[in-house]
Design a protein around this ligand. Sequence first.
Ligand SMILES: Nc1ncnc2c1ncn2[C@@H]1O[C@H](COP(=O)(O)OP(=O)(O)OP(=O)(O)O)[C@@H](O)[C@H]1O
Length: 289
Amino acid sequence: MNYALEIEHLSKQYGSFRLDDVSLAVPGGTIMGLIGENGAGKSTTIKCILNLIRRDSGTIRVLGMDNLREERAVKEQIGVVLDECTFHETLRACEVGKILSRIYRRWDSACFEDYLRKFGLPRDKTIKEYSKGMKMKLSIASALSARPRLLILDEATGGLDPVVRDEILDEFLAFIQEETHAILISSHITSDLEKVADYVTYLHKGKVAVQGAKDELLDTYGRLVCARSDLAAVDPALLAGKRVSQFGCEALIKDRRAFCRRYPQLTVDPVTLEEIMLFTVKGDASCAD
Ligand SMILES: Nc1ncnc2c1ncn2[C@@H]1O[C@H](COP(=O)(O)OP(=O)(O)OP(=O)(O)O)[C@@H](O)[C@H]1O
């Protein structure tokens, strides 16, 4: 398989935090969603890909190129959108286009103008006159007009209204129609990732907690709501987490089909990515019932 991004055994120590042995691979033509609680290590992973910080160990390849040894060639292939617009507030969109055309070898001015029109971004307004959503759309238009093959977004859709987010998600889906294109997107808005991601990596406390094809994860995991006595009788090896409260018991089931064969009297519901995350974060704490 041709991978747009391959990370193997990435580790980085930051004081008491450790990004620990993270591996992930994003095939061409796909979107990988990177999820995890605040401080889980998502931005640290992205900074390592971009060589903004030094890793302790591990390898990172972008379109088959080592991101340390072939740093310049790799940078030309990556478009980045961070959670804040990085352009100077006094610039106008048309000036941003001119500046970037001198920086990026593969800059496509016609494509940039198209995005300005499509996203409803006035060319002659200064960025300080733009709303938050407009600034984010300008950042995305700029990243895409540099004709990257790998687009990396770090919390770039947070703070946008659902209509703007939907419009942007559609652009991402259009971008990956090209087989050599791929996207790594970190987001707290798991419903967005449920819409567009092909693969999901869930980081928890610096480690990969759950990883796989999104449809497969959603199809395999399940949520059991039952009485305390029912949960006590279930084989703990089948559970990925549980929450016991005064109102009842819930458990995250690793393989809902296997579970239903063994316990046909118990009902297992489908889960969302958010529930998988919540069980992993909060489930640990309430397991000792
Ligand atoms: N420059 C730094 N120096 C020391 N520690 C850092 C530095 N940058 C990040 N960290 C620590 O690394 C850990 C992971 O941070 P990171 O920004 O990667 O998390 P995140 O998953 O992106 O979180 P969020 O969703 O809040 O953006 C945190 O504990 C953070 O305090």
